[in-house]
Design a protein around this ligand. Structure first.
Ligand SMILES: Cc1cc2nc3c(=O)[nH]c(=O)nc-3n(C[C@H](O)[C@H](O)[C@H](O)COP(=O)(O)OP(=O)(O)OC[C@H]3O[C@@H](n4cnc5c(N)ncnc54)[C@H](O)[C@@H]3O)c2cc1C
Length: 257
């Protein structure tokens, strides 16, 4: 059988063959795939949208689990508390942002255009244009590979920092201890955005930093700004093939620098 090439699963379009490839479409399938690989002592690579991964041309010799669970459910909605939405890990992030803006769920509009799956967003506390997911995540349900059990983290337990979280801190050699199954967001209801914190975005929207704008306008201007910087993936334009920006500076030992 022809092996699955990881170059087909990453936005940088590089990466050799997967030893064993499983596309997991439900929470139960994700847990089963990871549990069996762990029981067999095989290395595990988790892939969402493949937009923050650079994989060697040698490929990955163990089990590659593609997180392909989709959809979301609204668990509560009222004008006081806002909406509480539980999103499957494989659900496309940008599609969720678009849905949120169209349905007047406020708070994630400035995160439009970020590629990848929702389950990866808490891992590095995805952020852009003055917003980050830590501002709206209520809880993250995970599979804990070390304890062979489901573990749910509240926002404060996730130890969010700049492009950082406990999910990233406990990842060893690219293999996470906690596999994100669902992410719960708590979003205020309304057509207005969260306060616009990013100067360039405030300028194009014609508001002061810290003021709100229509979420629809925020999303549109963020997508426009991102496209002007080659930060919106376009399969027809190879210059947009990337893994995004360098968000944190690499630490280089003195003898190498
Ligand atoms: C053009 C472009 C623009 C970008 N812009 C931004 C930006 O503005 N801000 C920003 O923060 N990032 C940005 N990124 C980086 C990237 O899109 C985000 O980090 C995104 O959240 C990665 O999602 P993914 O599903 O593609 O993750 P992948 O690349 O598939 O995986 C990334 C890491 O998370 C792990 N992972 C994935 N899913 C799970 C899961 N369910 N459970 C546990 N671990 C998991 C993987 O093992 C891997 O270590 C950009 C990337 C590109 C290509």
């Amino acid at each position: 059988m022809t092996p699955t090439m990881l170059s087909d699963l990453t936005t940088a379009a590089v990466g050799g063959p997967a030893g064993n490839y499983i596309e997991a479409r439900t929470e139960a399938e994700i847990i089963e795939a990871v549990r069996s690989a762990d029981a067999a002592g095989e290395p595990v690579l988790i892939i969402g949208g493949g937009s923050n991964l650079l994989i060697s041309d040698d490929g990955f010799p163990g089990t590659v689990v593609k997180i392909a669970s989709e959809g979301f459910t609204v668990s509560a909605e009222d004008s006081c508390g806002g909406v509480s939405v539980v999103v499957q890990a494989g659900h496309n992030w940008d599609a969720l942002v678009e849905h949120a803006v169209l349905h007047a769920w406020s708070g994630i509009e400035a995160l439009a255009g970020i590629p990848g799956a929702t389950g990866a967003t808490p891992v590095q506390n995805v952020g852009a244009y003055g917003s980050e997911v830590s501002q709206t995540i209520a809880a993250v349900r995970t599979w804990d590979r070390e304890r062979n059990a489901v573990k749910t983290f509240t926002n404060s337990e996730l130890k969010f920092g700049y492009r950082d979280s406990i999910l990233k801190q406990t990842t060893v050699n690219g293999s996470p201890r906690y596999i994100v199954l669902t992410v719960e967001f708590q979003l205020p209801l309304g057509r207005m955005s969260a306060p616009v914190r990013y100067a360039e975005l405030a300028r194009v929207l014609g508001v002061e930093q810290g003021q709100r704008a229509y979420s629809n306008d925020v999303r549109r201007e963020v997508l426009r700004l991102r496209a002007s910087k080659g930060m919106v993936l376009d399969p027809a334009d190879r210059d947009t093939y990337s893994t995004g920006s360098f968000f944190t500076n690499p630490m280089v030992p003195e003898e190498v620098a």
